[in-house]
Design a protein around this ligand. Sequence first.
Ligand code: GUN
Length: 293
Amino acid sequence: MELLDGKYVSEKVKVEIAAEAAKILARTGRKPHLVAVLVGHDGGSETYVASKMKNCEAVGFKSSLVRYEGDVSEEELLNKVAELNADADIDGIIVQLPLPKHIDPEKVTEKIDHRKDVDGFHPINLGRMQRNLPSFIPATPYGITLMLKEYNIETSGKHCVVVGRSNIVGSPMSILMARNTYPGNCTVTVCHSRTPDIKKFTLDADILIVAIGKKNFITADMVKEGVVVIDVGMNRETSTLTKSGFKLFGDVDFEGVSQKASWITPVPGGVGLMTIIGLLKNTLASANKQVYP
Ligand code: GUN
């Protein structure tokens, strides 16, 4: 078994991103600028947004955080997005999900100018991605493709099983792996909460991408020898053993599954770090007007 090492790949790519950001600053006198909107005080979201801001600063981007209490109205949030859309100093806008129940995430997603939608969640970006046109690719799937490339994982003709069909990971990931690109050209199966016998499919997977949000959901008896495993799980549990007070668990039973896998991502130290890279690369591409000239 070999590790798909998110720490190694993300550090390497961050150096490249920082060099590109420095070029932009020298050429234009400004830094790529990402704005994150955070509503409420969800523990996970707080952590992820703080990490996004920190990583922006680390590569020489400007980052801004717009905060709202959980009772902000949908209208106020939509007005803020319109304001950010119109601000020429901003290259990328993300609204951290999930949002409180009284706010429709689809409305917010569609309100973001697709040319600043560095999450790649807007239907225009999703549609363009499916057609293999220039677009912002959702950060986690994008990060996963960068990792597969870095380790030259063969994907053409393989059976890729994606467990989970979320807008953020499973659904865009399944599109990318089926596209006529590298990585891609897989035969893709998407399993989800209504799939009766998930094991039947995972047992046949050459590449298994798991984004279902359940600790140790995939066990050794569910995979075949030599499988490539991408664990997107970010299951936080309180712990007295770590400084943060939390311990992170994947969706895959690493100890068991790594005995059979040819390649596998650890948690932490895998996909989570690559998600940030996807976001930074999209923000850089936006600042360079590479997707929408
Ligand atoms: N919540 C979980 N992942 C993401 C992400 O990539 N972007 C946003 N905006 N919210 C998220």
